[in-house]
Design a protein around this ligand. Structure first.
Ligand code: ADP
Ligand code: ARG
Length: 379
């Protein structure tokens, strides 16, 4: 499957050359790459990249290139330019996970807390298992503001931001748009080109937690905002309970969300969406890594399941972060990654996405959130 994927990438390139449309390779020089490695080592950084990319490993990987011309520098640029990164590494293209495997595997193992990079096949849960999913409003009325579950996906044959061309981004856009036509029931909606939305419409959608932004320095330095807003889009149903993000960090993000704490309903809607879209699109996968994504934190299930939950007492405790970490949960502010909490409301989600099934990941979130509720109530 992975070989087919690389062949397809090469075919795309050859076709484009035939059409006299040279695609943009990352084009980073070895000098620039060396400067980035030096920068990473100059300052203080707690990132996994800094921990795992030893001078010996750098020497070993520094002259390697992917078939699309992606180099180690493309993968470490964001982490070197942003020493406050937690991870600091991105895959310049899908092949980076093989070409720079020694580095990626170390970062993947540390982030997802696994001894071995060995992801299971997609498994959303059996009928019996799904009965264990809950509506947490019954347990703690009013405490959970909203629930959201998303997965990332990449189109087969289309590279990641450092190596993608505008034509390839358009291809991803067009293929996705076509795949959304004819979705039925809860999944039926409209496709909105980002370039066609007014500033006010975008601001409102972002404010209401439905739309992505373009203000993340780490993603910018990884090449994520090239040619913005070209070929970026959002699809959603009228109730905005099912959405698709197109060409943000990943080619695709499928999102199910709703008010309150009904984890079961939110998750099942996403599972139906994944089933439907799998019939219409081909997603990039690699043995042992599951679904391929731009950032190694999202590999595997590529699933992040979160609640916005009011926990003013627990979040004021000194050990709040450790409490979450022990439950394999990650706290974020309410406007997404690297934002602050407002009024004691936090975004709490599963941290691990690889090495466990989709069902395990949603249960890890649900059971952890139940412990958080219990603790908040006891304070
Ligand atoms: P992701 O990688 O999952 O897209 P971000 O942290 O960038 O995560 O969040 C994206 C958007 O989703 C933000 O606007 C954030 O506020 C919103 N969001 C995340 N979880 C929830 C939730 N449980 N309820 C409502 N909005 C949410
Ligand atoms: N590169 C950033 C860091 O290392 C983001 C990591 C995870 N987030 C993401 N959106 N992929 O901190």
């Amino acid at each position: 499957m992975y070989r087919n994927y690389c062949e397809q990438l090469q075919q795309n390139r050859q076709q484009e050359k035939g059409q006299k449309k040279e695609t943009k390779m990352s084009g980073m020089s070895s000098d620039e790459q060396a400067k980035l490695f030096a920068k990473l080592n100059e300052g203080k950084s707690d990132s996994l990249l800094k921990k795992k990319l030893t001078p010996e490993l750098y020497e070993k990987l520094k002259d390697k290139k992917t078939k699309l011309g992606g180099c180690l520098g493309d993968c470490i640029k964001s982490g070197a330019m942003n020493l406050n990164s937690h991870v600091g590494l991105y895959a310049c293209d899908p092949e980076a996970y093989t070409t720079f495997q020694e580095l990626f595997d170390e970062v993947i193992k540390a982030y997802h807390k696994v001894d071995k990079v060995d992801h299971p096949k997609l498994n959303a849960g059996t009928k019996e298992q799904l009965e264990k999913l809950q509506n947490l409003d019954e347990l703690a009325p009013g405490m959970i503001v909203s629930t959201r579950v998303r997965v990332g996906r990449s189109h087969v044959g289309i590279p990641f931001p450092p190596c993608i061309s505008d034509e390839e981004r358009k291809k991803a856009f067009d293929e996705t748009k076509k795949a959304t036509e004819g979705l039925k029931g809860d999944l039926e909606g409209k496709f909105y080109d980002l370039a066609g939305l007014t500033k006010e419409e975008k601001t409102q959608l972002v404010e209401d937690h439905f739309l992505f932004k373009d203000d993340d320095d780490m993603l910018r330095d990884a090449g994520g905002y090239k040619n913005w807003p070209n070929h970026r889009a959002i699809f959603h149903n009228p109730a905005k309970t099912f959405l698709i993000w197109v060409n943000e960090e990943d080619h695709l993000r499928f999102i199910s969300m709703q008010k309150g704490g009904n984890i079961k309903e939110t998750y099942l809607r996403l599972v139906t969406a994944i089933d439907e879209l799998t019939k219409r699109l081909k997603f990039a996968t690699k043995d042992n890594l599951g679904f391929l994504t731009f950032c190694p934190t999202n590999l595997g299930t590529a699933m992040r399941a979160s609640v916005h939950i009011k926990i003013p007492k627990l979040s004021a405790q000194k050990d709040f972060k450790e409490f979450c970490e022990k439950l394999n949960l990650q706290p974020r502010g309410i406007h997404g990654e690297n934002t602050e909490s407002v009024g004691g409301v936090y975004d709490i989600s599963n941290k691990r996405r690889l090495g466990l099934t989709e069902y395990d990941a949603i249960m890890e979130m649900q059971e952890g959130v139940k412990k958080i509720i219990e603790k908040e109530m006891s304070l």
